[in-house]
Design a protein around this ligand. Structure first.
Ligand SMILES: Nc1ncnc2c1ncn2[C@@H]1O[C@H](COP(=O)(O)OP(=O)(O)OP(=O)(O)O)[C@@H](O)[C@H]1O
Length: 353
């Protein structure tokens, strides 16, 4: 799939901009602070229904009251139009001109994988960010996963409220734990399976691209089990501790997965370059996963990629992109950074020239 048209109205520093994109390698270039990342942010907004870097209110162009993003997607020769409007009153979602009840009805229409230079710090910095990142990928690849996650979070919120209430009995908590175990086991199963596959794909990519020396391993530490009944017993055994702390301490909302390079924890021992490399490989593995398992090539959104990697890695990457994406949008300050592109888009002060 690829984005053939994008409209930005009062989004960041864009007033009313229509951009046409070709499939293939698209170079988005311009000086610092002109709106290159804003453009990727807009496209990724249509992928995940929110910004990867700011609150909705901060995305409205200074002085305006709402923003609108619209896109035309070409998918297997068919055209899909998506629209999201945000104002202080909320968001309006449209697909093919029809208003939709929520973003979950748009999710998956445009599949995308984003890599930004700031991301490794956040990603390796906290388990919450790693979980969020994985959830964004899995929500795009599986509707069931998304639903289980939504239900799980609702039950979790209820359980947490009850744990704070004086006089809540064990029986009441039991009922919520049973539900948590039901959804939680499914979440853990999907995370376990996908991380195993992603690890295999990432290893193949690393061999092919000769990116980092050594073996990369993803170690997933689920806070529960893969089966509902044993998960429920796992939670029940820990109820005492949760009642004292008045907070749900166990379950996939506390899961973590860590990356090891030659059996050394990357978070603790990895260099900045190694962390960036592994995260980029992890993202590219997601694109391969979507292509191989779902049969849908996502759009790759790579912010300032070439300032991050040495020339050998750049060369390896250039040959790779279009195997697993129909369209890759790469931002750069120097137009000489990307060779053999299909389209170059110059951005200047919120305008596409
Ligand atoms: N809500 C907003 N309204 C108007 N302008 C905004 C808004 N939010 C951010 N901007 C402007 O957007 C610009 C930054 O855009 P962006 O992050 O896309 O830059 P960039 O071209 O990727 O630059 P760099 O190469 O430095 O990363 C800044 O000039 C900033 O003032």
């Amino acid at each position: 799939m690829f984005v053939s048209r994008l409209q930005l109205v009062n989004f960041r520093n864009y007033q009313n901009q229509l951009v046409s994109f070709s499939p293939g390698k698209v170079l988005i270039y311009g000086a610092n602070g002109q709106g290159k990342t804003n453009l990727l942010e807009a496209i990724y907004y249509l992928v995940i229904g929110k910004s990867f870097r700011g609150k909705d209110s901060s995305l409205i162009r200074f002085g305006a009251e709402s923003f609108f993003l619209g896109a035309k997607i070409t998918k297997d020769g068919q055209k899909i139009t998506l629209g999201i409007e945000y104002s202080g009153k909320g968001k309006i979602f449209t697909k093919n001109g029809q208003k939709q009840k929520g973003f979950s009805y748009l999710l998956g229409s445009l599949k995308g994988v984003l890599f930004t230079p700031d991301e490794p710090v956040n990603f390796f910095g906290s388990p919450t960010n790693r979980r969020k990142s994985l959830d964004l990928f899995l929500a795009q690849t599986s509707k069931t996963y998304l639903l289980n996650l939504i239900y799980y979070n609702k039950v979790l919120a209820n359980k947490n409220a009850l744990l704070k209430q004086p006089g809540t009995t064990e029986n009441i908590i039991d009922a919520w734990d049973y539900k948590l175990a039901e959804y939680g086991a499914e979440i853990i199963k999907e995370r376990e399976k996908s991380l195993r596959v992603l690890n295999e794909l990432l290893t193949e990519l690393n061999d092919e691209l000769k990116f980092l020396l050594g073996k990369i391993t993803i170690d997933y530490k689920p806070q529960g089990t893969l089966e509902k009944e044993s998960f429920y017993r796992f939670l029940k055994q820990r109820q005492g501790e949760e009642r004292i702390k008045k907070f749900a301490l166990f379950g996939p909302h506390r899961d973590d997965f860590r990356f090891y390079l030659n059996d050394k924890d990357l978070k603790v021992f990895g260099s900045q370059g190694q962390k960036k490399g592994v995260l980029l490989l992890f993202k590219l593995a997601q694109a391969v996963y979507m292509t191989k398992i779902l049969g849908e090539k996502p759009v790759l959104l790579l912010d300032d990629l070439y300032s991050e990697f040495d020339s050998e890695k750049r060369r390896a990457l250039e040959g790779f992109f279009l195997n697993f994406s129909e369209q890759v949008l790469i931002t750069a300050t120097d137009p000489g950074d990307l060779k053999n592109y299909d389209q170059a888009v110059l951005i200047n002060d919120g305008l596409v020239l």
